[in-house]
Write a protein that binds this ligand. Structure first.
Ligand SMILES: C[S@@+](CC[C@H](N)C(=O)[O-])C[C@H]1O[C@@H](n2cnc3c(N)ncnc32)[C@H](O)[C@@H]1O
Length: 403
């Protein structure tokens, strides 16, 4: 059994953090004791990663500069060989890759673990906001999953069926006919035979999990910190309670926090003194961001009023989902500033609709503010706002004028 140290200040029982080059530390470990290894090493980006806490009292950094691609590959190879040695026969490794070095990791993993031990290439997909337009927006990271042998721990996770899936048909039992074609089984009366409970579809290798937003409570200020939800999914998928999880490049300690939350033991190693201190602090006082996105689903963010948006059909604009004052922003700006549009809500006084639009427009430094009027109004137009009558209001006004 590995020497799992406990009782250090700030360390949860069963978790230990060591300041060391992970190669030296791995060499002190007994063979075959680790059940799951997750590594998120430097990605060979050729730069020093720097970030700071929100209050700017602490700055963190780690270097990611390599003389040659061969030097980087040989750094990883030596450590992967040791990681494989300390893994139990039923153990596995998850290698988190950078954009520019995923191919290097895949070749090394094939070399050290064998191509036959490759299980999955996990694509961690997340939404990003960016105004840059040079090329495709990077919105995923890759995690290679390998096992040490063909007999390994795997706890299937099931996803809900897609709304397009015909679930009532899935619930019917199937059989192969004389031509080996899959057909629904029928009883003597020709009725479909129920197929028993269905748990959903096995989780795919594309994971849509939110990245840490700049204001997330969980964010420590450590560069390249990964979200707890990602590590929890990996650990839940491929280890059992009580198992030993290893992170040889633990950074801010995300893997250890996730392992402790799921009742696993964990060892973290990092060369940086700051990283080790931060990991200890987090173990002492784990902070988790609530992901409203995960709890409520992406659709819950579609707040725009469909009836209001219908009135803007045909306009080249981007609907705005989460702003009480603006319903859409025109794709074309005016004088280099945005043009914003709001639709008056049923029963909403014109002055109130205009005030909301003015406030939101000022916050976005809009050049023009258009308000679509849905209720006939008397009196002067509100200041600073251009009124556009909805078809219903325009027709009602003309009929009134003609009568
Ligand atoms: C990409 S970061 C890990 C971030 C981490 N997954 C998190 O969520 O915070 C890589 C880490 O590897 C550490 N590191 C670099 N070389 C190392 C080595 N030879 N042994 C151990 N740690 C090392 C760096 O100090 C850095 O903290």
């Amino acid at each position: 059994m590995a020497a799992v140290t406990t009782g250090e200040p700030g360390e949860a029982s069963g978790c230990s953090v060591h300041r060391d080059d992970c190669l030296s530390h791995l060499k002190t470990m007994t063979s075959g004791v680790v059940d799951l290894a997750y590594l998120d090493p430097p990605f060979a980006t050729g730069r020093t990663h720097r970030l700071h806490t929100r209050d700017r009292t602490t700055a963190y950094e780690f270097e990611d500069v390599w003389e040659t691609p061969e030097a980087y590959a040989s750094f990883l190879r030596e450590r992967l060989v040791e990681i494989r040695r300390v893994l139990a026969d039923s153990g596995c490794v998850f290698f988190h890759c950078g954009r520019g070095s995923g191919h290097v990791a895949r070749c090394l993993l094939d070399e050290v673990f064998g191509p036959g031990r490759f299980r999955s290439e996990i694509i961690w997909h997340y939404r990003r906001w960016s105004s840059g337009s040079s090329g495709l927006l990077p919105a995923h990271q890759t995690i290679h999953y390998y096992t040490k042998t063909d007999s390994y721990v795997f706890n299937p996770i099931w996803d809900a069926y897609s709304p397009a899936t015909n679930v009532d048909q899935l619930l019917q039992r199937r059989r192969r006919d004389a031509f080996d074609k899959s057909v629904y089984e029928r009883d003597e009366q020709g009725r479909p035979v129920p197929g028993g409970a269905k748990r959903g579809v096995p989780m795919s290798d594309v994971w849509d999990l939110p990245h840490l937003n700049p204001k997330a409570r969980e964010r420590t200020g450590y560069p390249t910190q990964k979200p707890l939800v990602l590590l929890e999914r990996i650990i839940a998928l491929a280890s059992r309670p009580g198992d030993l999880v290893l992170d040889p490049f633990c950074g801010s300690g995300t893997t250890l926090i996730a392992a402790a939350a799921l009742g696993r033991r964990a060892i973290g190693v990092d060369v940086s003194e700051q990283a080790v201190a931060l990991t200890r602090k987090r173990l002492e006082n784990p902070v988790r961001s609530r992901s409203r996105l995960l709890e409520r689903g992406r659709e819950a963010y579609r707040k725009a009023d469909p009836a209001s948006l219908a009135l803007l059909a045909g306009l080249d604009c981007v609907p705005v989902q989460r702003n009480a004052g603006i319903d859409a922003i025109l794709e074309e700006s005016h004088d280099g500033r945005p043009v914003v549009v709001r639709v008056q809500r049923p029963g909403e006084p014109l002055a109130e609709a205009a005030a909301k639009l003015r406030r939101a427009g000022a916050a976005h430094q809009a050049s023009r503010l258009f308000l679509v009027v849905r209720e006939p109004a008397e009196g002067p137009a509100p200041e600073g706002v251009e009124l556009i009558e909805s078809p219903a209001v325009a027709i009602a006004r003309r009929i009134k004028a003609d009568s």
